[in-house]
Design a protein around this ligand. Structure first.
Ligand code: NAD
Length: 492
């Protein structure tokens, strides 16, 4: 039976497009996609690649299922379970797609070229070149916002990429093992076991919940001597955490954190970070400001997004982007304003929506529809052109040809009538620890706000169904079962 399951899983994984992929056609337009995140991958999934010469460029040769990234920091889910190789995604396409593992360092909209650098350490290999495009999709995401606060870049961990989650996982165990080292002073033990999370958005809240679970369910068992010293503090500048959720769920989250013994400090803004302390300014109920200095062992910085340098540089070359601050301003067809052949999706685009995976993936799917339609209408335009030329050459059956042209024109008008991008919000979900989750869900024209254990099961099934592939889904379920049965792995 195990062999059968393994064979089935391999079969699903090994699936590729049933026909042999046809090779890129140099007569077609170069469609370059920058990125392998939510926007880029959902575009690739639905794009008819045979219509273009598709080239994907990204320094990350896999798609990362970011909603489960906080679970990776504690080993509830292993990192490979939420990664899907881009090569496996591209194998499913009808026409071959080129992939370059490289960082796009500059976009030149005048010459229509992109400078790329593979940042490789391999000596002698080519690593810097240019790629030209006819159509370009910028889906490069964003970087971590630090607001220029001193010490943040040097001393904190972020939570955006797989490497960040691995670093956090190591650091947690490093703090625990060092705290139990022979003759460690009580002050140093308290510092090492103080885990500070800055930013009360969904990333900070989910991570704080996962971390407290890890401690309550596992670390405490294996290292009982620290059970009364481990402490998680969540710092948020605004008056409450999870501002995008309804009031009832905010209250529920704050009450759950209290039960879990996670300290929430709201109306507290971090101003400075050193290698061992966090300095924050707290505003009291009377409006009085006080400075607090907190020693920490692990500091996780989750205060949202900032614009990537390549995007900022592109914006500086386009006069119409002068007033845009948070990213590339796009129109209702996701065309970068001030350009004709550049589109943007996800966290690097400003389309009037929150920078979420849900928005990026709907934008990617919209662009796939748009590009498929553009190719179709171009083909019809060619047909009309050919028919019109034959109209002059064959005067005998002009009536038939004219009729055919009219039918084509009608079809063309119908196809060209693409509605602008419209985002459908399906809801927000967040895990808050101790097998509870909160959900604000839009369903059947109504909004539902729920929190608790059942919502946690809903959270699990929703995330499972959103996983990229069957392989990812199987691996995540196995990880959940494994960590339930044997506990999370506390080795570094
Ligand atoms: P966020 O922007 O949602 O939240 C960051 C928080 O940090 C803000 O509340 C801000 O007030 C606070 N902050 C900023 N500077 C601070 C400082 N110096 N001191 C203390 N607090 C400070 O960031 P995020 O959680 O990383 O999320 C980014 C985006 O991704 C959001 O749009 C979010 O909705 C989305 N997201 C959604 C989910 C989910 O739905 N489960 C999970 C992760 C991220």
């Amino acid at each position: 039976a195990i062999g059968g399951t393994a064979y089935l899983a391999y079969g699903v994984y090994d699936q590729k497009h049933p026909d042999d992929q046809f090779e890129p056609d140099p007569t077609k337009k170069n469609l370059v996609i920058l990125g392998t995140g939510w926007g880029a991958v959902s575009l690739l999934k639905k794009l008819d690649t045979e219509n273009y010469n598709v080239i994907v460029i990204s320094p990350r040769n896999y798609f990362l299922f970011t909603p489960l990234l906080p679970s990776c920091t504690t080993g509830t889910v292993e990192h490979r379970s939420i990664m899907e190789p881009i090569r496996s995604i591209l194998r499913h396409k009808k026409a071959a797609v080129k992939y370059y593992e490289a960082e796009a360092t500059k976009i030149d909209p005048e010459r229509k070229v992109i400078a790329i650098d593979d940042n490789s350490d391999i000596k002698g290999a080519s690593n810097k070149t240019e790629v030209s495009y006819d159509m370009l999709v910028v889906s490069v995401g964003a970087e971590n916002a630090t607001f220029g606060i001193p010490g943040v870049k040097e001393h904190s961990c972020f939570l955006k990429e797989i490497g960040d989650a691995q670093q956090i996982r190591k650091k947690i165990m490093d703090c625990v093992e060092t705290a139990t080292f022979k003759d460690q002073s009580p002050e140093e033990v308290a510092r090492l076991l103080h885990m500070v999370v800055v930013g009360g958005g969904p990333t900070g809240v989910e991570f704080a919940g996962e971390l407290q679970d890890f401690f309550d369910e596992d670390i405490k068992k294996w290292v009982p001597e620290i059970s009364d010293k481990f402490k998680v503090t969540l710092i948020e500048a605004l008056p409450n955490v999870l501002p995008m959720f309804s009031k009832q769920l905010i209250d529920y989250t704050e009450a759950t954190f209290k039960e879990e013994k996670i300290t929430i400090m709201t109306k507290t803004a971090v101003k400075k970070v050193t290698d061992k302390t966090v300095e924050a300014e707290a505003t009291g109920p009377d409006g009085k400001k006080t400075i607090q200095i907190m020693p920490y062992g692990l500091l996780v910085w989750a205060t949202g997004n900032a614009v990537r340098p390549i995007v900022r540089d592109l914006m500086s070359q386009i006069p119409a982007q002068k007033d845009s601050r948070r990213g590339l301003a796009v129109n209702e067809y996701l065309v970068v304003q001030g350009t004709k052949d550049i589109w943007a999706t996800g966290d690097c685009a400003v389309a009037g929506y929150a920078p979420t995976a849900q928005v990026a993936s709907q934008e990617g799917a919209f662009l796939a529809r748009l590009f498929n339609t553009m190719a179709k209408s171009e083909a019809i335009e060619h047909q009309i052109h050919d028919l019109s030329s034959s109209l002059n050459l064959q005067p005998g059956n002009t009536a038939d040809i004219a009729k055919e042209i009219e039918a084509h024109e009608k079809q063309l008008r119908r196809i060209k009538d693409i509605k602008p991008f419209h985002y459908t919000h399906q809801g927000s979900l967040a895990y808050i620890g101790s097998e509870r989750a909160v959900a604000d869900v839009s369903w059947l024209n109504g909004n539902f706000a729920t929190g608790g254990g059942l919502t946690y099961l809903f959270w699990r099934s929703a995330y499972l169904s959103m996983c990229f592939s069957t392989r990812n889904r199987v691996l995540v379920v196995l990880d959940w079962l494994k960590s339930k049965a044997f506990g999370r792995d506390v080795s570094r």
